[in-house]
Ligand binder design. Structure first.
Ligand code: IDP
Ligand code: MG
Length: 168
């Protein structure tokens, strides 16, 4: 079994419900290593890029409102990269099925998720579902220097990148 990296996002409902500790404890059962972690605000561009494969779905606009925090008045998510043997499958298993009603009740989504009256699955965490998806998502959410393992080839950039702010 080869080492894999996978992206986990604790969605705004997870932070709003103070579930961060519980979720991290559950994920630690996998014995995988955390190799990147941060709390960030999700803007429209990131939200749409992350879920671009679902843009034709009837729930897409609500999903964008969900991941960007608009539904919960909570503008934070926690993004983590887990790394190790069969990381993608191990994390998906503990996360549970996409539909929280169908998810194993002891999985994270089964225990903490719900279906909104609009039909949206409010399911507390995101977890990458394949190697290709994990690579695309990790590159979208993290810069190379924010990860403690050299996961993918990177190039030397300029010291000040784009409109990034620097400390005074
Ligand atoms: P995943 O998160 O289990 O990988 P995806 O199909 O990638 O599932 O969908 C992304 C997110 O969109 C889900 O986590 C859930 O919040 C929402 N979602 C997916 N399918 C549905 C649906 O059929 N109804 C309502 N919400 C959905
Ligand atoms: Mg998915």
């Amino acid at each position: 079994m080869k080492n894999e990296a996978t992206l986990v996002i604790i969605k705004p409902d997870g932070l709003k419900k103070s579930l961060t500790g519980n979720i991290l404890s559950r994920l630690s059962e996998t014995k995988l290593k955390i190799i990147g972690a941060k709390v960030i605000q999700v803007n429209q561009d990131l939200a749409r890029a992350h879920y671009h494969h679902l843009k034709e779905q009837p729930f897409f606009l609500e999903l964008i409102k969900y991941i960007s925090g608009e539904l919960h008045g909570e503008n934070r998510v926690m993004a983590l990269i887990y790394w190790g043997t069969n990381a993608i499958g191990k994390v998906r298993e503990i996360a549970g099925a996409t539909n929280p009603e169908e998810a194993d009740p002891v999985s994270i989504r089964g225990a903490y998720g719900r279906i909104l009256t609009t039909g949206l699955f409010e399911n507390v965490i995101h977890a990458s579902s394949s190697d290709d998806e994990a690579e695309r998502e990790i590159k979208l959410w993290f810069d190379p220097e924010e990860i403690v393992v050299d996961l993918y080839p990177a190039r030397e950039g300029e010291m000040t990148k784009g409109n990034k702010r620097c400390w005074k």
